[in-house]
Design a protein around this ligand. Structure first.
Ligand code: ZN
Length: 266
């Protein structure tokens, strides 16, 4: 974990390129209070919007991108992936109303536009095409995972940028781990075809490993195994560090995954 003046982020060495900036935020380093303390980045969770805006600007400042030009989708646990160009700059950046409607994946090859998605248990996915310099981001909860949102984001990159998955790096960020992610029979059943490394019955309850499921989607799409990283930090296990929708009974903040092509290479 890296500390930027109190804003603590997970960053993966796999994504350490001079042209790319990325981060998976924690709850540390912001101005929100109570259940949203402190770096809540989600607008539609009951926090004061002005505090969320301050938090989003703070994250942008420490990572070094323009908060006014960031782009976010209105996440609906679907499988729509939007191609982000200069035209979309600023959509959903500092207010929720302008976020791209019903969008759970974003891809771009335009420098200076930070793609952002928000999480409190679902799996954040960051994709980078290291040859063509394009990035993607996806929000993969159980519904999105079953709809193959991660593979669809990669396919959108192939369509838009001629991305070859063999030249991509992917990192799955902090999410609710199989230690804490127990599910009902219907969800378990939907994952049964994925095999017992993804879903298993353990101590009388069903557990799903969303990291493993999304890792498989990436491997099936052609991303080399060695180019896939997982930040195996369970959101529910770390109340001091992470928001968790499941653990906190729905009253909680959101963390962000952000990826951008730098306007100026380091
Ligand atoms: Zn856990």
């Amino acid at each position: 974990m890296n500390d930027y003046r109190g804003v603590q982020l997970f960053q993966a060495s796999l994504l350490d390129f001079p042209w790319l900036q990325h981060g998976f935020s924690t709850r540390l380093g912001g101005v929100s209070e109570g259940v949203y303390a402190t770096l809540n980045l989600g607008f539609r969770v009951g926090d004061l919007p002005e505090r969320v805006a301050v938090n989003r600007k703070r994250l942008a400042e420490v990572l070094g991108y323009d908060p006014e030009r960031a782009v976010a989708g209105q996440q609906v646990h679907g499988d729509e992936v939007a191609l982000v160009t200069a035209r979309e700059a600023g959509a959903g950046a500092l207010e929720p109303e302008t976020a791209l409607p019903a969008t759970d994946g974003l891809v771009t090859s335009t420098p200076g536009l930070a793609l952002a998605a928000f999480f409190a248990d679902c799996v954040p996915v960051v994709l980078a095409d290291t040859r063509r310099r394009a990035v993607g981001i996806a929000h993969a909860g159980w519904r999105g995972t079953l709809k193959l949102i991660t593979g669809k984001a990669l396919a959108r990159m192939s369509m838009a940028f001629n991305t070859n998955p063999a030249e991509c790096v992917a990192v799955l960020g902090p999410a609710i781990g199989p230690c804490c992610y127990t599910v009902g029979g219907q969800v378990a059943e939907a994952f049964l075809p994925w095999g017992d490394r993804v879903v298993r019955r353990d101590g009388g309850v069903w557990r799903v490993d969303l990291w493993e499921a999304n890792r498989r989607v990436l491997v099936a799409a052609g991303v080399p195994r060695g180019s896939i990283g997982v930040v195996k930090v369970c959101t529910a296990c770390h109340p001091e560090l992470m928001f968790s929708h499941r653990r906190d009974g729905g009253k909680t903040g959101r963390m962000a995954a952000v990826a951008a092509i730098r306007s100026k290479e380091l």
